[in-house]
Design a protein around this ligand. Sequence first.
Ligand SMILES: [Zn+2]
Length: 706
Amino acid sequence: MPLLADPALDVVRSPQEVDRLFPWVRQDRLRAIPHFISPAWAIDKSRFDPEAYAEAWKKCGFDSVTLLTVHHDGHYLYPSQFTRCQPDRDYFGEQVESCRRRGIHVIPYYSLSLNSLAGSEHPEWRIRDVQDRVLVPDHRYFFHYHWMCLNSGFGSFAIQQMVEFCEKYDLDSVWLDILYLPPLPPQNRGTEGKETCFCSSCHRAYSEWYQGEHLIESLGTTRHEEFRAETFRRFLIALKRALARLKRPIALSFNGAGRKRHLYYDRVDELSDWLSSEAHHAEPRSLYSRLYSNQGHAFELMSCSELVWSHNVSKTTSLLELEAATTLLHGGTYTLGINHAPDGRIQDSNLARLPAWADACRHLAEQVKDSHPVFEVGVMLGSRISQEMLGTGWWDILSQGQILHSYGRDIQSLKAARLILMASDDVTLEQIPALEDFLRKGGQVYCDGPISPRSPIAQFLQIQVYPADSMDCYYLLPRTAELADGLLSEEPVYFSGAQATELPVDGFEVLADLIPPFARKERLTDIQIAPNFPALKSQKNWAPGLIRRKVGSGSIVAGALRLFHAIGGELRNPWPKQLALNLVRSLLVGQAVKISGPHCLEVVVTRRSKDVHIWILNQLYDASRWIDGRADIYAFAPILLSIDPVRLGLGKLEEVGVEGADLVKQAQGRMEIRFTMKGVCSSFRLFSTSSIASSPTPSKTVRAKK
Ligand SMILES: [Zn+2]
């Protein structure tokens, strides 16, 4: 079958179809992924107790669990007719039975591309590099297992096994781990020549899919990445078709689904019935929660109850609460990793605190049931893949400014925003009409620099952009008071290592100037002898740094350089962040929620009809250096919030009630509210009194979290 000729409509399921066939996938808000990793050579399995585990999961209220059938070591935890090495007991099957008896759904975990035992028994299935060498597992990092090639016999071997356990046990779904190949050099710490996979099966498949072309010709090109993604796509299609022949429908997802893990992974992701990803830090969990909630399918994010996977030191309970909160607030399922020792035991202290944690999570989920997050800024991620979109600075700046925001892959999913932020390559030519429509209806758009000369956005603006001279740094000097707010007076903002484009002046309002450095710094001592100050106009040409044009009743601003820097790399240089935030605030003209207080407080607003919850998450708690095991929680002094009820869809100021916080005053269309944080995530409620007065069922009021 030629490339992409198979749309696989029989196995690509819409969100509605998944909801109909597998309603529990979306409804189960808490899931566990216990890690019982115990290969054959771990002799002592005396503490393995499937009844006690299932009882513990029941007590925690986990609606579903993801249980290992095989981990990267390749040792199967159930007796498979396709392997020589057999377990002494059906570890997987016994757990399935004890869980199903308690009404808990079981999702089998299957380690796909990493399988050391299959790789040892079938060296011909292992991936090979360009020189036809087996890829040697690298013990210096994660990939210390045999990598398997799905174009080899391993592909059908894996499918047979999954069909086998889905037939044998009471299961509704399959979850795959490691649906990718090692990153290409230099990201895999390798040198050129270590690209994979170039096994004979891959050579054969490539020639078949690309009308006789040769795999070796794809080396170093995006065609090779397309081939790798196509390998996984075809595998998933074959797997889903095999599962479709079983008596009952089986759902399928995999780790990283929806993230576009690598180039062309949109073709792989669309085969997943729900979106799923690990998220161990504030940025990915906030970003993926928002992005996934805009993609239609049910989603889960996961992290561990211990410091990392397969570790024995527990995270603090407050951190578990914070980690689960963002996902639950955005309507997703939170999946918690729980580690077993190889003998089967689980930390008692961990198990003991989980029921209370789960209660708090369920309480939160109940409060946001049938509601949706409110956002005023949308960030376009376009075709960017996961690693690139992390660390771009969007989240740092927006969350620290308490800007209600979301992420999307297209204009359509973000059109509820008043302002859309993007980089020039995030918008395709096909999306330009939707963008223009958004602008004409009064929307604001900011396109971060440097602008790609041939990007659709440059064409839309009908501008020629040129790469500016390559310098060590650039400076931006705001021309408006709004943009200069909080900056040092007349002091240009420094951007290190900045790439810049030269923007036109004609037909645009210039909001900021781009200033090159006075001299290039070549030696360390140049900082003393050739002052590396921003150049005066008489010394070097200034160019536009931020330009704006009106379109309909909206406007679009383009930047010469990347304004949204990741904050982590800019320690002790708060000025770019301040400038970026000023720009967002000036384009928004009135922010829905503002906090006078710590920047570490992230705000999420959820709305159900005219009932609005303001959620405040203490992200400082995620910065591990401040965590205290004993006190476990930071108590802030009461914080002051300024809220615009109209922006939150609540209507007139005088008809808005507050529950769980104190109304200090009402002035100039805004409410000033005093609120005391209780724990790492707490909320208060606003409601329209006019609707309650006319509503026949006022008893539906939700109580604020205590
Ligand atoms: Zn191969």
